[in-house]
Design a protein around this ligand. Sequence first.
Ligand SMILES: [Zn+2]
Length: 313
Amino acid sequence: MGPQAGATDLVAAVDVGGTRTKAALVARGGREVVSATVPTPAGCALPGVLVQHLERVVRDLLTADAGSHHVVACGVVVPGLVDDKQGVARWSANLGWRDLPVGAPLSGQLGLPVALGHDVRAGLVAEARLGAARDDRHVLFVPVGTGIAGALMVDGHVLLADGYAGELGHVVVDPTGPECGCGARGCLEAIASAAAVERAYASSTLPAPDGAGRASAERVASLVEAGDVAAQAVWDVAVEALARAVTMAVTLTGVDLVLVGGGLAQSGETLLGPLRTAVRDRLTFQRMPRVERPLLGDRAGCLGAACLAWDLV
Ligand SMILES: [Zn+2]
C-alpha cells in the first residue's frame, strides 16, 4: 500500500463493454462498495465521447457514495487492442475507435491517477489476485462469448507485447474454415465462439416453423445435454477447435491452468468435460493443464480495472 492510501480508501473501476459499461468503487480486497451498470453510449469512437462518458460514470459513483470514502485512483478497461503503458485504446472492431487517448485526458478531468487496460488481461489479473488462479503462475484465460479473447500469464507475469499478446481467438485452427471478422479464414473465433456455434446450428437445421429466432448457444448446449444429434455435431466441432487452440497455447507457453469463461462456458461440464478429453488426447510430452471455469464471472473486468488502479497507489 502506497503512502497516500488508507484503510477506508477506494478506487473507481470501469469496464467498458460493447453495449454496457460496468462501474464500481472497490476496496483493496475486491469488495464493491457502490456499483452501477449503464449503457455504453453510441459514438464512443468520436474524440472526447468516451472520456466524457467515463468521467460521468465515475462522478455518479462518487455522488452515490456521498463522500463516505476517499477515492485514490481510477482503473478503466476496454476491449480490443490496448496500449496500457501509453493509456491509449488502439483499436476496437466492436466500438469502432482507433488510437483514442484515454488515460491522460481522464486523469486530467478527474484529478486522479488513471490506469487503462484490456478487459480480458485485467480479468486475468483479477482472477489471479481474487479469483480462481490465486495459487497459479502459468495461466490462460479465455472467455468464449460473442467473440473469443485470450490473456496469458507466464511466471506470474501477464504477457502484454504492446497489447498484441494473447489473441487466441484469431489463431487459425482450420485453414478451410469459415471467414473471420478479422479477414482471415478458420480462426478459432469463427468456429467456436457462441456466435459461431449459433450460426453453425442454424445452418445445420431447418428454420423453426413458427419463425422463432435461431437457437442461442445456451440452447444448443441444452440440446447437447438432451441428446440432440445436430447440436452434438456442432458442439464437437467447437470443442475440437478449442482443444486445438488450447493445445497450441499450452505447447508454446507451458500454462498449466486454463480458465474458460464467457457465455459458452456457462454450460459448465458440457463444454469443459469434452474439452479436457480433447486436449489430453492431443498432448504428448506437455503438462496436462487444469481446465476450469473462472470464479469472478462478468465482474472480472471491473475487478481487474480495480486491480490496475490499486497498482497506481
Ligand atoms: Zn480472425
